[in-house]
Design a protein around this ligand. Structure first.
Ligand SMILES: Nc1nc2c(ncn2[C@@H]2O[C@H](COP(=O)(O)OP(=O)(O)OP(=O)(O)O)[C@@H](O)[C@H]2O)c(=O)[nH]1
Ligand SMILES: [Mg+2]
Length: 655
């Protein structure tokens, strides 16, 4: 039985049907393996019962406003030194900061607590801190928040969970005094950010282009038109998926509610040569500054920066051809039509990075938001407790004529922020797009130099490139006596290290102009920044993902690999082109099988299998099809005539 031929019976169903098909029990394969949906990591669900109140001022770019700087003051302004004996406000710098993390069953929360010696004020402070973090004082769905007040009388309302703090040696310990591995805790803390913060600038969405419509088999039947010929129309193309920058959006919050975006499928073809309508496109709107990645992949697919930019991400599937397209000189009554091509699908990770020129960084409570409120018309929340700012705020600073710059006020940074402590690390990546930084230091703190160094270290540890960005130091709260007294030594220290330092009092609007002018000077010159804009004026190819999909689609059916599983005598023929061909073959029509055999022979699959030693009865899997190999046409009982007629048909080119 050595005759090995391409006949309709070459592959046949085990149940003796000639050239038949069975559905491969293995899951459906995407024609574009690269875009095969990856296993979706579940969102880390947040167990915090309440999100912090979405103060309008803290909703990212909502605070974007235009204003003009106050008139330039005399550079040699004088600070009024308040009397030392009056202290009508509790200064945070007088307080110890105890780091505390509470991990509780499903709820994991981190809080940075203020501890003062004054008991009455302590309660007030606690309440404020709680509010600032979006928690209310009593409970968190039965979970607890605790305060470490230095004398170990932890004030917990319910069961004790895992509580950590730094002891006097700077070691992270739990309540029993045992040292805790920092890294373990970081994981806990990273989860402990309230939902509103975590969803604001990151989202995971599913996109799918529309499938193509099916082609149909139809014949013209008309009075006085005998043998009217094939008239089955083609299916319509599936809808495309676009990503578009919407200038009115300032966060990715809308994706909390809608995650799935599917373009419409093309309509099926109809008789009388009527082609199906194209599927509806879907346009996913994103905020300016959105970075797009394929889920689980670090590689950036797209950076969408400017309002109006539009990228074709996934092109819809091609419509299947109707039988009119298969008509040829030797096949005048083709009984074949194709399925529509499946539209590709992907899970995408979106990340929003602010497009700000200058980022204001610094420790909590240093006066960053106050500075932004003074130099721009933005109205961020300002209050005398750490973590007032939970989300970045944007403000536009306008100088004379056309010179403006966008300034971002970021949440405060703590020691360990780069590993997830506090909130600032969630937003540090926003500074990656800034050209310069303003580092605000609370001059009224006990050791401003140490605070400065700690924040610098965090920036360096988070990203060396970030640390290399040009920056100015703004020594704040000069109106307070402690700050005023410490200023000379601070200035001397930093100037000795070659760091440009300014002093200011943000609340009194003194010295802020100098700071902001110095920051402006650090920005790339207008000419250089135009260069940066070239990408926008002469757009980079935003459709490269779609091009990649199209390239994969057009991969030749001659390119395939064959693997053999000897344990179950199974051969796998793997190739993107073949896979797509199988998916588009509509097995309802008899001619489809003939064409399928023809293609397998023409592209060399049969020859390769025989060379590799395929045997009678072996299973061969191509795409979704599972078939059984027969060495000859006679074995399956298919008449040779049929074989001859199959060979003689000329099929239109596969596309
Ligand atoms: N005396 C004095 N107080 C100031 C000055 N600047 C800011 N403050 C006060 O410091 C406190 C904190 O100010 P914010 O602007 O909220 O500080 P922040 O750095 O944005 O704080 P977080 O957002 O929590 O990181 C507020 O009570 C301000 O009024 C200043 O120049 N002098
Ligand atoms: Mg703030």
């Amino acid at each position: 039985m050595a005759s090995i031929s391409i006949s309709t019976s070459l592959f046949s169903r085990p149940q003796a049907q000639a050239c038949s098909k069975t559905q491969n029990p293995s899951p459906k394969k995407n024609p574009n393996p690269k875009f095969k949906p990856k296993k979706v990591n579940k969102f880390k669900s947040l167990s915090l019962p309440r999100a912090p109140p979405p103060a309008s001022s803290s909703l990212g770019a909502q605070a974007t406003t235009y204003t003009r700087l106050p008139p330039k003051e005399d550079s040699g302004f004088e600070f009024e030194v308040p009397s030392l004996n009056e202290s009508d406000e509790i200064k945070l710098s007088d307080s110890d900061i105890a780091k505390l993390a509470v991990k509780n069953g499903s709820s994991e929360i981190e809080a940075e607590m203020l501890v003062t010696d004054d008991d009455d004020d302590d309660d007030e402070e606690k309440e404020e801190v709680n509010q600032s973090l979006g928690f209310e004082d009593e409970t968190l769905d039965g979970n607890i928040m605790g305060f470490y007040n230095g004398d170990e009388s932890l004030d917990f309302e319910e069961e004790e969970d895992e509580v950590y703090y730094y002891d006097s040696d700077g070691k992270l310990v739990n309540l029993s005094g045992n040292e805790v591995d920092d890294l373990e805790l970081v994981e806990v803390k990273e989860k402990g950010v309230p939902a509103v913060m975590r969803c604001f600038d990151r989202a995971k969405i599913y996109v799918k282009a529309g499938d193509g419509g099916k082609g149909v088999v139809a014949f013209r039947r008309e009075k006085y038109v005998p043998l009217g010929g094939p008239s089955g129309g083609d299916g319509g193309r599936g809808g495309n998926v676009y990503l578009e920058v919407d200038g009115t959006m300032n966060s990715l919050l809308p994706f909390r509610n809608s995650v799935h975006f599917r373009a419409g499928r093309g309509a099926h073809g109809q008789g009388r040569m009527m082609c199906g309508r194209k599927g509806e496109d879907v346009v996913v709107k994103v905020a300016p500054g959105t970075v797009v990645r394929e889920a689980g992949n670090e590689e950036v697919l797209l950076e969408l920066l400017y309002p109006g930019q539009r990228a074709l991400l996934l092109p819809g599937g091609r419509g299947g051809r109707g039988n009119a397209s298969f008509k040829s000189g030797n096949n005048k009554v083709p009984k074949i039509a194709e399925n529509g091509e499946e539209g590709p699908e992907m899970w995408l990770e979106l990340e929003l990075k602010l497009v700000a020129d200058v980022g204001i960084v610094g420790a909590p409570n240093a006066g960053k938001s106050t500075l932004l409120s003074v130099i721009s018309a933005a109205q961020p929340e300002i209050a005398n407790y750490p973590f007032t700012t939970l989300l970045p705020n944007l403000g536009v600073v306008s100088f004379d004529y056309d010179s403006t710059m966008v300034v971002a006020d970021l949440p405060g940074l703590l020691e360990g922020a780069h590993r997830g402590f506090g909130l600032g690390h969630e937003f540090l990546r926003h500074t990656e797009r800034c050209s310069a930084l303003v580092h605000v230091v609370d001059g009224s703190g006990q050791q401003p130099e140490l605070e400065f160094d700690a924040v610098r270290l965090e920036l360096e540890l988070f990203s060396p490139e970030l640390a290399e960005k040009p920056y100015v130091v703004a020594y704040n709260k000069m109106d307070l006596p402690e700050a005023y007294e410490n200023w000379p030594s601070f200035k001397e220290n930093l100037q000795g290290r070659g760091i440009e330092t300014f002093c200011m009092s943000a609340v009194k609007r003194e010295g802020t102009h100098e700071v902001i002018c110095a920051a402006y000077k650090l920005l790339p010159k207008p000419k250089e920044s135009n260069e940066g804009f070239e990408g926008f004026q002469d757009p980079v190819d935003l459709n490269h993902v779609a091009d990649m999909v199209n390239k994969q689609r057009s991969s030749s059916i001659n390119e395939f690999e064959i693997t053999h599983d000897s344990s179950c005598n199974t051969w796998h023929v793997i190739g993107a082109g073949l896979q797509r061909f199988v998916q588009m073959t509509n097995w309802r029509y008899i001619d489809s099988e003939k064409r399928f055999q023809h293609v397998l022979e023409a592209c060399g699959v049969n020859r390769s299998l025989m060379k590799l030693g395929v045997k009678e009865g072996d299973t061969v899997i191509v795409g979704e099809m599972e078939m059984v190999w027969h060495d000859s046409a006679e074995d399956s009982g298919t008449p040779n005539m049929k074989k001859r007629s199959t060979e003689s048909i000329k099929w239109p080119q596969w596309k």
